[in-house]
Write a protein that binds this ligand. Structure first.
Ligand SMILES: [Zn+2]
Length: 280
């Protein structure tokens, strides 16, 4: 029998029928991989392989709209020192610096850091958030599509709380676990578009809006807001009608998600990505 690594509840459910390794906790809604990925194995993959496989995601500018959106959200608080966890080549840091933030990043990938320093001239600590030894002087700590890749994400949120000044803000963007589970089940059950489930996102950990709210509250954060988050700009991946259609589709889905979120008084979230912002 497996227990939930967050709340210790006994796990009986698979998260998704087709993925035997993915488990879902019925108590806290955390989704996690049942098999043991050792911390060292996971970290080595980010240190040595992540850049080669995924650098294009950072270099073609498709995340620019997401970065600007996150910074607009953070502008309601004090603009001062910002720490971005899993910053890669530091493109978010560059966008933040333009808006007046004093920026620092953390990333385990030497190649990402090297390119980040060369292209962007940003200060990036090589390692993990657990390795980073600093005092509580940050006004903002950000995790953009990163938390689900971290070995024990709840410890990262706890560390972020330690590094933030009182009144500082945490910002987390993450795939909406319920959206990805739902689509996976529907497409698999009806054998529709068999290539689609491969594009649904399940990292080592996946979070629902309820789990994220609880995680932040458990770590002493207040004024917690969960919202649908805009989708990255796929048009940046190249040219063509398919991409224009795909962009129109994702923008329409986001708009519908925002409308439903408002009508349901923040109880229904159907977007593919969510964001959480909260105050220490
Ligand atoms: Zn749990």
């Amino acid at each position: 029998m497996i227990n939930c690594p967050y709340c210790d509840h006994q796990i009986r459910d698979q998260a998704v029928k087709a993925h035997t390794g993915l488990r879902r906790c019925s108590a806290c809604e955390l989704i996690f991989r049942g098999e043991n990925n050792t911390a060292e194995k996971l970290l080595n993959s980010y240190r040595h392989h992540y850049f080669a496989k995924h650098a294009s995601d950072q270099l073609d500018g498709r995340r620019e709209n997401i970065h600007q959106h996150a910074l607009a959200k953070l502008s309601s608080g004090q603009i001062g020192q910002l720490l971005d966890v899993g910053t890669g080549c530091g493109f978010f840091l560059v966008a933040a610096r333009r808006r007046g933030w004093d920026v620092k990043g953390i990333d385990p990938s030497k190649d990402s850091i090297k390119l980040g320093q060369l292209l962007n001239g940003v200060d990036i600590f090589e390692g993990t958030l657990a390795d980073y030894d600093g005092d509580s002087h940050f006004d903002a700590v950000t995790f953009i599509n990163v938390l689900g890749h971290i070995k024990e994400p709840w410890k990262a949120v706890e560390k972020a709380a330690l590094l933030l000044k009182k009144g500082g803000q945490i910002y987390i963007r993450f795939p909406n676990a319920r959206f990805h589970v739902f689509l996976h089940e529907v497409f698999t059950k009806f054998h529709l578009f068999e290539w689609i489930p491969r594009y649904l996102v399940f990292h080592d950990f996946s979070f629902s809006h309820r789990y994220m709210k609880r995680l932040l509250a458990d770590n002493g954060f207040h004024d917690i807001q969960i919202s649908n988050s805009p989708i990255s700009n796929t048009l940046r991946r190249g040219n063509g009608n398919n991409l224009t259609c795909s962009r129109l589709g994702t923008v329409s889905l986001y708009s519908l998600a925002v409308i439903l979120q408002r009508i349901s008084l923040h109880r229904i979230y159907i977007g593919s990505s969510l964001e959480a912002i909260a105050v220490k």
